[in-house]
Design a protein around this ligand. Structure first.
Ligand code: PLP
Length: 285
């Protein structure tokens, strides 16, 4: 039985109960994080916590725990659950209010819920054991505050399901100017002629922790030119390589978008270099 954390208590998951009047349930009014750990070591823990604080601040919710207590919670949860490689899921809502009213209530206590789930061990990066992605593409129909890691994920879920319906594993998204934003649960990078590009941080994308680490590593340890800039649909289709990044995928090569094979349809050399750097340095962040 998984042990979860709910409002100051570590309890079996089947004992965790929240009120249906919780604003997370009624309005999807909350912020979440997914933090990977391998053999007890977290990747990007502080960057994840900082993004959690930014999200809570944008909703006017004070962080219910101190930074030290969040770290303790994450460590305690992986210690109490079995599994070598676990992601910690953190979820904070505005809490339970007696009446349903769109206005923020003034005196609610945030609900804090956390659990772990198994993630696959990351193999030594080699082209032949990379998990490759065939993806769908769609116009990005989500809201205009994608920088907030909101628990209201209906827009993302619907885009993701589109890829499943098409026999794919992710949907990459383009805004109404036909510029790349991100994917339903990942950031996107492209490579062309030894330049590595990804869309800039703004309200159209989540500031991915993996994106942050990948950019920092490439800037510090590689000779590639790095550009954070608007990327058109045609540039994506004509790229030498396309990657998805996320905490559970790390850097994942995309080999097909809809009916279009990317370059040779094979995993690229730049991916290998980037994922090797990531595997070597990921615990430093
Ligand atoms: N973009 C979206 C919409 C996501 O849901 C995620 C992760 O879940 C990401 C990007 C990647 O973020 P991270 O690297 O912090 O996992």
């Amino acid at each position: 039985m998984n042990i979860v954390y709910l409002n100051n208590q570590f309890i079996p998951s089947n004992e965790a109960k929240i009120s249906p009047m919780d604003r997370g349930f009624l309005f999807g009014e909350g912020i979440y994080e997914v933090i990977p750990s391998y053999e007890g070591k977290f990747i990007g823990l502080q960057v994840h916590l900082n993004r959690l604080y930014n999200g809570l601040e944008s909703l006017g919710i004070s962080s219910p725990l101190s930074n030290e207590k969040w770290i303790e919670l994450c460590q305690e949860l992986i210690a109490r659950n079995e599994g070598e490689n676990l992601a910690v899921y953190l979820h904070v809502t505005r809490g339970d209010s007696p009446t349903r009213n769109h206005a923020y209530p003034t005196n609610t206590t945030p609900t804090v819920f956390a659990f772990t789930f198994d993630i696959p061990a990351q193999p030594v990066p080699e082209k032949q054991n990379a998990t490759v992605y065939n993806v769908s593409s769609q116009q990005d129909l989500r809201w205009k505050r994608c920088q907030i890691k909101s628990t209201s994920l209906l827009g993302n879920v619907m885009h993701f399901q589109h890829s499943i319906n098409e026999g794919n594993k992710e949907t990459i998204l383009f805004n109404d100017q036909n510029q790349l934003t991100e994917a339903s649960a990942s950031n996107v990078f492209i490579v062309k002629n030894n330049t590595i590009m990804t869309p800039p941080l703004d309200n159209q994308i989540l500031p991915g922790v993996t994106r942050h680490i990948v950019l920092a590593l490439l800037k510090e340890h590689s000779k590639f030119t790095i550009e954070e800039r608007a990327i058109s649909y045609d540039e994506v289709l004509n790229a030498d390589e396309v990657w998805l990044t996320s905490s559970t995928k790390e850097i994942a090569p995309v080999i097909k978008i809809d009916d279009n094979i990317i370059a040779s349809g094979k995993v690229g050399d730049v991916w290998l270099e980037a994922q090797t750097l990531f595997s070597q340095y990921k615990y430093q962040y």
